[in-house]
Design a binder for this molecule. Structure first.
Ligand SMILES: C[S@@+](CC[C@H](N)C(=O)[O-])C[C@H]1O[C@@H](n2cnc3c(N)ncnc32)[C@H](O)[C@@H]1O
Length: 289
């Protein structure tokens, strides 16, 4: 979607403001200073205008990302703080939002207070492209965003450096050639979900605890992988290779003709998992050469 269509789409969303977790100025007449700042839907922002994500879609984004109490959720371009507040209030996560506009960030902080989420939600005033803030949001295991396609693409290299298994969920906009792992629609609005894949490309030697050995060559494009297995000098294409977060899996035909599968966790240059044959499982370890 180009910027003009985006602005029109956002403008059409102006009926979606009422969100009970981030109430608006008229609900809180004075004590928190909201009379000093009343944002309007569609107002300019540094890289993108402000329009809040509708409540139902906020909830669905957090459900699709399976947010829970173990999670640290960061909303990039936090607006009035509603996604970060919902992550804490509805899903019990710790959450933070980064918002460039200082007045909007102050409003978001007041909304955090009013939602009773002060210890659980932090609103940071700053630029999502500031390397120092990028270091901070890279500590999260869930990222939410409602930005623009070109901003998603600018963020993509940073997101791909985050821990494998990090969940990323975006309202309306995709991530170019990094295909989503899931898409969903709420009231005609689209959401996209990705899981950061481990880097598995290269040649791996594998050994199990029964003396079995093999060598795997993997090529990778985001979460898509392909490759071959070599056993005793014979090479074959892998069957159904996949990477999902830090999990690598594939099936192959062993030297004796039996069909076996590997499912392993990738930790940097090593992998550790199981070699499955029918109901038997042996421990398999691998090293990238
Ligand atoms: C479309 S709104 C989304 C707000 C909120 N995430 C939501 O979904 O309800 C985008 C927000 O990003 C903020 N923003 C724009 N450029 C930014 C930047 N470079 N760094 C941080 N925030 C930014 C805008 O001020 C605006 O509040």
């Amino acid at each position: 979607m180009d910027r003009r269509r985006f602005v029109m789409t956002l403008a059409a969303a102006s009926g979606t403001l009422a969100f009970p977790l981030s109430a608006h100025a008229q609900d809180f007449p004075n004590p928190a200073g909201d009379e000093l700042y009343k944002p309007s839907v569609g107002q300019a922002g540094k890289d993108v205008i402000w329009v809040p994500t509708p409540d139902a879609l906020v909830r669905r984004m957090l459900e699709v990302a399976k947010v829970g109490e173990q999670d640290l959720v960061f909303d990039l371009g936090a607006g009035d703080g509603k996604i970060a507040i919902a992550a804490a209030k509805l899903f019990n996560a710790r959450a933070a939002g980064i918002e460039y506009n200082p007045e909007m960030a102050s409003l978001a902080r007041r909304n955090v207070d009013r939602a009773g989420m002060k210890g659980k939600v932090e609103i940071i005033t700053g630029d999502i492209f500031d390397p120092k803030l990028q270091e901070r949001f890279m500590q999260a295991n869930v990222i939410t965003m409602y930005l623009l396609p070109d901003l998603n693409l600018r963020l993509r290299p940073t997101l791909l450096k985050m821990r494998p298994g990090t969940r990323v969920v975006s309202h309306a906009f995709h991530m170019g050639e990094w295909e989503p792992d899931d898409t969903f629609t709420v009231d005609g609005r689209e959401g996209y979900f990705w899981m950061v894949p481990a880097n598995v490309a290269g040649r791996w030697t594998l050994k199990d605890d029964n003396g079995w050995e093999g060598s795997v060559d993997l090529t990778q494009r985001f979460q898509r992988v392909g490759g071959t297995m070599s056993i005793k000098g014979k090479t074959q294409p892998l069957l159904g290779p996949y990477v999902s977060g830090d999990v690598l899996g594939f099936t192959f035909v062993d030297a004796d003709g039996s069909v076996r599968s590997v499912r392993a966790n990738v930790r940097g240059e090593a992998l550790d998992g199981g070699l499955h044959f029918a109901r038997m499982v042996t421990t398999v370890k691998g090293q990238r050469r």
